[in-house]
Design a protein around this ligand. Sequence first.
Ligand SMILES: Cc1cc2nc3c(=O)[nH]c(=O)nc-3n(C[C@H](O)[C@H](O)[C@H](O)COP(=O)(O)OP(=O)(O)OC[C@H]3O[C@@H](n4cnc5c(N)ncnc54)[C@H](O)[C@@H]3O)c2cc1C
Length: 392
Amino acid sequence: MTVVKDSGARAPLPPFGEEHEELRETVARFVAAEIAPHVDEWESSREFPRELYRRCAELGFLGLKFPEAYGGQGGTHLHDAVWVEELAHSGGSGGVAAGLNAHTSIAMPPIFNFGSEEQKQRWLVPGIAGAKIGALGITEPGAGSDVASITTNARRDGDTYIVNGAKTFITNGVRADFLVCACKTTEDGGRGGISFLVLEREMPGYVVSRKLEKMGWHSSDTGELSFTDVEVPAENLLGEENGGFKLIMANFAWERLLMSIGAVGAMRRLIETTVAYALDREAFGRPIGKFQAIRHQIAEMATEAEAARAQTYDALRLFHEGRECIREVSMSKLLTQRAALRIADQSLQIHGGYGYMREYGIERAVRDARLGPIGGGTDEIMKEIIGKTMGL
Ligand SMILES: Cc1cc2nc3c(=O)[nH]c(=O)nc-3n(C[C@H](O)[C@H](O)[C@H](O)COP(=O)(O)OP(=O)(O)OC[C@H]3O[C@@H](n4cnc5c(N)ncnc54)[C@H](O)[C@@H]3O)c2cc1C
């Protein structure tokens, strides 16, 4: 029987078409040549170079879904999905993907969707050019899943807001030039009392208090930030005052989808690597992949990955068509993150002792995948959302 490789030579799967597959090839070539060879070094130094944003911008990857008028490529979320999947598939680093995608797909969309023309010129244009790096600040030491309970507050004082509070677990929090920051703008806060302000790192009182050490995603920075009487001009208000909860919810859909798509790419990589290893590694006089136990294990891994991909692509299709998709996106997030973690662990088992060693990248895949069921809304929150859409 011939082994058919999954990546590359395949017919486009909906919602993708030929032009997306061409982009896929381009991204894969770039990531394999300019990212993958450096991942070990960046993981050890706990940071990928800032220059990488510039390089990705130069090739158009930071602005795939944004209009040409702002320096983007004028594409859609489908082009961005190709970038996200192939970055995970060919790059093999959750940290690099997190650092790049937190900027392009979490911090910049609120500016594009809710910002004024002047705000787009200030942050979106340099963001797409890789000259300014953004982060999104919602989570606080005392408020994660319960986003409506944030306490960082912004008190209006004439033409400025005075911001006090703290944020934690912020991807790009250390290196970000601007922070799209959720603040309480009424006494009570909550759903009707949250607004978004864009804070800039040079503002007095804006302090990066810590770079956090974590289990995986080593090459991305995760910061803790504190704000003491930070004076933020009222013109930095994004969208309507007290309309921030809507912005949070709008952003979550794409963030969760991109995490799902990234997991799809990571699973493809793991299965390809594991099949190759199982054909190469011998024990008891034959390749380990020829033992039925291993063959069945890999068959199950591939089936689970394929089911997760099909479900995710379907959620992506609904999102792209502008249809209601909160249930499908939440299902994708729930399904893919656990599947990626399970498949990474099974892949490590098949690699034996070599899987446990750093040089194979499999142990990193396990550590990186562990974040999936927590970040961007936990598994438990996904189940709550899915249950509610079913009237429960
Ligand atoms: C590496 C990393 C990067 C991150 N990047 C960002 C970022 O860039 N910006 C940002 O704003 N945030 C970021 N986060 C934060 C992330 O979104 C939160 O960690 C996540 O939403 C969970 O919040 P929490 O950690 O406070 O957990 P908690 O909300 O305290 O939850 C603890 C546990 O209780 C469970 N739980 C909570 N409520 C319920 C419920 N109603 N029913 C059942 N179980 C429940 C949770 O599922 C979880 O298991 C990042 C986190 C990490 C680890």
